[in-house]
Write a protein that binds this ligand. Structure first.
Ligand code: FAD
Ligand code: HEM
Ligand code: SF4
Length: 1007
């Protein structure tokens, strides 16, 4: 038998490992293979380090080939051994074991491996500019698993981080740290982010999007020094700005590892120079990966590295001895949760022969650019969508002509799912037209053929494909294409199971498609048994919100539960149980929300079954209070009791709630859905911000005056700001109202966009299709005449039902007059002692009922007149006053940065501090009623766009300091004359807010 030739590979990273794997498959018995890797582990998917940092993957999940794989394939693996010299005369690679992190330790123990062929796959190392302070403890680079683990450890103790470098890697690191609750700033020397992959406008939109997520970005500036005594404490920018930093990540590019080659006398420029067969200046030595320079280009992405590895395996194995590597077409996807960004090819072309198509929608964070030459795609940027990315990549890589006019391309792609379902042929490239051996999953080298085989063998979800052949379980960028393949090849099975609709969808759509959120209950119970919350996948965490269980990024391992209270109706027993559970498992407080719900925090996954069981005993649940569901249904907190209501609408709210709960017809909406159903005439619950608002009215029908509702649709806050709900010109009787709401939700379910989540609310469907279309659609589904709207009966003013109010007397009720007493809960945060206190008062003075308001306050109803003065003397009412100042009375506030990773400031802390100061300054003076609402970011959970004074948290610079601040808006309104708030002031430092707001509080006309 011929002697086997010896191949020695230096570097067990992405290129080295891929080469060895391909060579083993192509010529198992021809070579003895030896691999040196100076990292102490087997080989792992380096690009997934970003996902490890972001908490989406665990380190164990990113390993590619375990060490047993090497053994099984007869490959000798020297782990933790660095090749320090190549003796080209003797054809020997000389390795030196080095205990990790202690290069000196292994000195002297040299290890020689002879070779016939040597493959250098030594990769790159991070480039660290000579910034003073760069060697301080707390300064990191981000290249290896060790770096990642060190960063994670440091992040646990840190509050703020600075990332130097706004390229792909820097942004992924920044978002990963931000997701772990750190305040993160990114400093980029270039005029915009990701300067290699984006043009200036795309760079700016990306910046806005990241800022919306809560990152602080500084472009066109550089770090002059890193400061700290004994450890990093701050970073100073060129202009003197100081940024607090407990840790710093330097991500300023890479430099190929060429020293070994240079010392061996090989031709080296920026990288190790290779020809089209990856051969260096020595015919027995090859170089692949980031260390190689081919036709003057060194690469820093994984695809070229893989292509080179495959070509070299072809050449050396003899499978294709004349195979050539001709260079790669570069494409990259930003792996940042919450942002979809793909860039490919030449996106800045100034070539006179090229056509450039741009569609920019900065407000909604979208940007699309196509660069086309001779009908072929040269480059593209897709920001804010990923639906067409996979298909564009196919055109880009194949060089095939685009079908039709380039401007049509997006629409063509978004119709692809539909057209294949109704049997029409899709023009141009499609999932079906791809060649069978096309590699779809690059991380695990899975071809279309193999994936289709899995689908035909019964895999009907992306998760199932992953389990069967690993495709899609690496970086995840091929999951869109897996969806297309599923749509095409599993059409029949999928249509039957209803598991799959249009495939041009966002990440959450994929998660929902894999499994309905409600079906995650067994998974929750599994984790409750093991307690291993670290093993939860991103999809698990999202799906658990269908049960109202929220993993909170700022408090890893601790959860929040949002408990449903339709129309804010609660009682003393429920309050006691929630308080008791929060004491046992939480930290002794709860939050009252702007949708009249109660949130418990700080419990672990193990506690969940007991919490749910105890809540169920008192008729409470947390189902469907998050994600793409109909959230808690709001209504007048004094439904049935308010003196100025037309009728009690809470039975309708409860009927609608029971229609949607546990009903999978309504658990896969394109986005969240807010509903308010009220019979109150005093505008107590922000109806115009809702997806559906039913407000009281009447009609003469069949000669009788019938009470019912006028219907408003498509209101929202959050992404893209406040859109007041629009009148649908429909009146509905009370007994049919719940069904009508359900029909509206179905229209949204069936027609709402499932592409970008920032454009998925009902408001956008109405914007795109119009109110007239919507009414026609409702009419068609309703199947009987829709009545046009009745008169607008609501008063102009709004009430909060606080203080002491006489209740409505029912006809024939001659008992004592009853009163409701509204208690202020400052910024909605209530201690468990206070909750028990409220429960006691409700039972001792009333009938045990308690109501919650959308202003985050509490009402105890049904107090007889002769008990009022005793109640008002109760000590608890000093903490939860019934007669607060106008300032505190109208104060509403979102969660803020304690528990929300989007928050730019501590909203609850600042709101209280500023309100107390304003109270002090205006004490004893008459202040007209007003509302002050604060949100910590543009998402607007604090409803700041519908307040007399709206505050949106931000950060601003004063001299060399960045401080908490707020933008100020005035005179926003919901109700019959809704009004979008006017911008009044920007970037007011929180320390100065009281000064800025005082004149507004005193003199601003209330509209
Ligand atoms: C956090 C992160 C995220 C990334 N994300 C993406 C992405 O989304 N998309 C993308 O395309 N690319 C991404 N990349 C880049 C991608 O990981 C690299 O392009 C790829 O790893 C290059 O492969 P390589 O084998 O050339 O180098 P490496 O993977 O770095 O492997 C080289 C190996 O050789 C070892 N070595 C070096 N010298 C010696 C020696 N003398 N003896 C023994 N061993 C030695 C090194 O320790 C290393 O283990 C990312 C990189 C990082 C760090
Ligand atoms: C971690 C992030 C977030 C936290 C902690 C949070 C918290 C909350 C809470 C507690 C409520 C009251 C909800 C209820 O009781 O059912 C709420 C409402 C709201 N949230 Fe958020 N939210 C977050 C993210 C977002 C995002 C990303 C958006 C939009 C882009 C958003 C927009 C809103 C809006 C508009 C409301 C008011 C709904 C209404 O009209 O009553 N939130 N939020
Ligand atoms: S408004 Fe407040 S709670 Fe809502 S996302 Fe922003 S910071 Fe978080």
């Amino acid at each position: 038998m011929a002697k086997r030739e010896a191949i020695v590979v230096v570097g067990n990273g992405m290129a080295g490992a891929r080469f060895v794997q391909a060579l083993t498959e192509k010529a198992r018995d021809r070579f003895t293979i030896t691999v040196f890797g100076d990292e102490p582990y087997g080989n792992y998917n380096r690009i997934l380090l970003s996902s490890v940092l972001a908490g989406v993957k665990q380190p164990v999940e990113i390993f590619l080939n375990p060490t047993e794989w090497y053994e099984k394939n007869g490959i000798r693996l020297h782990l933790g051994v660095r090749v320090v010299r190549i003796d080209r005369d003797r054809r020997v690679a000389v390795g030196q074991p080095a205990r990790h992190g202690d290069a000196e330790a292994g000195r002297g123990l040299l290890l020689e491996e002879p070779y016939d062929y040597l493959v250098l796959a030594t990769g790159s190392r991070p480039f660290v500019p000579t910034i003073p302070g760069k060697d301080l403890p707390g300064v990191f680079v981000f290249r290896t698993l060790d770096d990642c683990v060190a960063l994670l450890e440091a992040a646990e103790r840190a509050e703020c981080a600075v990332v130097i470098g706004g390229g792909l890697l820097g942004l992924e690191a920044a978002r990963g740290l931000h997701g772990r609750g750190l305040k993160v700033s990114v400093v980029e020397i270039a005029p915009h982010l990701m300067v290699q992959q984006l043009d200036p406008l795309a760079g700016r939109i990306l910046q806005q999007q990241l800022e919306k997520l809560g990152l602080r970005i500084f472009v066109q500036t550089q770090v002059s020094r890193i400061l700290g005594e004994g450890r990093v404490q701050a970073v100073e920018l060129q202009d003197g700005t100081l940024l607090d930093a407990d840790l710093v990540v330097i991500s300023c590019g890479i430099r190929p590892n060429v020293e070994l080659a240079r010392e061996a006398g090989l031709a080296v420029q920026r990288g190790i120079v290779v020809d089209d067969q990856l051969r260096t200046s020595d015919p027995a030595i090859f170089a692949i990966g980031e260390c190689a320079e081919h036709r003057g280009v060194t690469y820093g992405l994984v695809e070229p590295v893989y292509e080179q590895a495959e070509v070299l395996a072809d050449v050396l194995s003899g499978a294709r001895p004349h195979a050539c590597y001709a260079g790669s077409k570069l494409a990259t996807t930003l792996k940042v949760i919450g942002i979809d960004l793909t860039s490919m090819g030449d996106v800045k072309s100034s070539d006179a022969d090229s056509q450039v198509f741009v569609e920019a929608d900065p407000l909604n964070g979208r940007y699309r650019k196509l660069v086309v030459k001779d009908g072929r795609l040269q480059g593209a940027i897709l920001l804010g969508e990923k639906e067409s990315a996979q298909k564009l990549l196919l055109y880009f890589r194949s060089g095939e002509k685009l079908p039709g006019h380039p401007l049509e391309i997006w629409y063509r792609f978004s119709r692809d799912g539909e057209s294949s379902e109704d049997g029409q042929q899709d023009a141009g490239l499609s999932a079906a037209s791809l060649p069978d051996d096309q590699q779809i999953c690059n991380c695990h080298r899975v071809s279309k053929r193999e994936i289709v085989r899995c689908i035909r063998a019964g895999a009907t979800s992306i998760e199932a494909i992953g389990q069967a052949c690993k495709a899609g379980t690496g970086c995840g960028s091929c999951q869109g294409m897996l969806g297309h393949l599923l749509a095409h090849y599993a059409r029949h099975a999928v249509q039957q199971s209803g598991a799959l609709g249009d495939t041009s969808q966002n990440k959450v759509e994929l998660i929902k498609r894999e499994k309905d959120g409600l079906d995650s209950l067994p998974d929750i119970l599994h984790y409750a048994r093991t307690g291993n919350w670290e093993e939860m996948t991103e999809a698990d965490k999202q799906r658990f919100k269908w049960h109202g269980l929220f993993f909170r990024i700022p408090t890893p391992g601790y959860f929040m539960l949002r408990i449903r209270h339709t129309c804010g109706q609660s009682n003393a027993r429920q309050f006691r149980v929630i308080a008791e559970l929060s004491d046992k498992f939480g930290k002794g407080f709860c939050d009252l929300t702007t949708r009249q719900q109660i949130q418990m925090r700080w419990f672990t996954i193990r506690d969940v079954p007991e919490i749910w069981a105890r809540l169920a005993e008192v008729g409470l649940n947390s189902k469907q209070t998050g994600m793409d569901n109909v959230r808690g249904v709001c209504g007048c907190p004094l439904s049935g009791l308010a003196p100025h209501e037309l009728f009690d609408a809470s039975p309708v709210a409860r009927e609608f709630t029971s229609l949607i709960l546990d009903n999978k017809e309504f658990t896969n909406l394109p986005r969240k859905f807010n509903v308010t159903i009220t019979g109150c005439l005093e505008n107590c619950c922000h109806t115009e911000t809702q997806d559906i608002a039913l407000v009281p009215s009447y009609r003469e029908l069949d000669g009788q005056q019938v009470f019912g509702f006028n219907v408003f649709v498509g209101g929202k806050q959050g992404s893209g700001g406040y859109t007041p709900a629009k009148p649908l010109d429909v009146f509905v009787r009370r007994e049919e109202a719940a069904q009508l709401c359900a029909e509206i939700v179905r229209i949204f379910r069936d027609h709402g966009s499932r592409e970008s989540r920032t454009r998925a609310r009902l408001a956008f469907l109405l914007q795109d299709r119009g109110v007239r279309w919507f009414r026609q659609e409702l009419q068609a589904r309703w199947g009987k005449p829709l009545f046009s709207a009745g008169p607008e009966l609501r008063k102009k003013h709004h009430t909060d039902h606080l203080g002491i109010q006489p209740q409505k007397r029912k006809p024939g009720d001659y008992g004592p007059q009853l009163f409701s007493v509204g208690l202020l809960v400052p910024v909605g945060r209530i201690t468990t002692d206070q909750m028990r206190g409220v429960a006691d008062l409700a039972e001792r003075y009333g009938n045990g009922e308690i109501r919650l308001t959308v202003q985050q306050n509490i009402i105890i109803p049904n107090i007889p007149e002769d008990r009022l003065s005793a109640l008002t003397d109760e000590p608890l009412l000093k903490e939860l006053p019934i007669d607060p100042s106008p300032i505190l009375r109208g104060l509403v506030c979102c969660t803020g940065n304690d528990y929300c990773h989007f928050a730019l400031i501590d909203t609850k802390g600042w709101a209280l501090q500023v309100a107390r100061e304003l109270e002090r300054r205006t004490q004893g003076q008459k202040i007209a009623p007003l509302t002050i609402h604060m949100s910590g970011c543009p998402a607007g959970c604090g409803l700041h766009q519908v307040a007399t004074i709206g505050l949106q948290g931000c950060r601003t610079r004063i001299g060399d300091q960045i401080v908490d601040a707020a933008h100020v808006y005035i005179n926003g309104k919901s109700g019959p004359q809704p009004q979008i708030a006017t911008d009044a002031m920007y970037d007011v430092p929180c320390e100065k807010l009281a000064d800025a707001l005082e004149p507004l509080v005193r003199y601003l006309p209330r509209s």
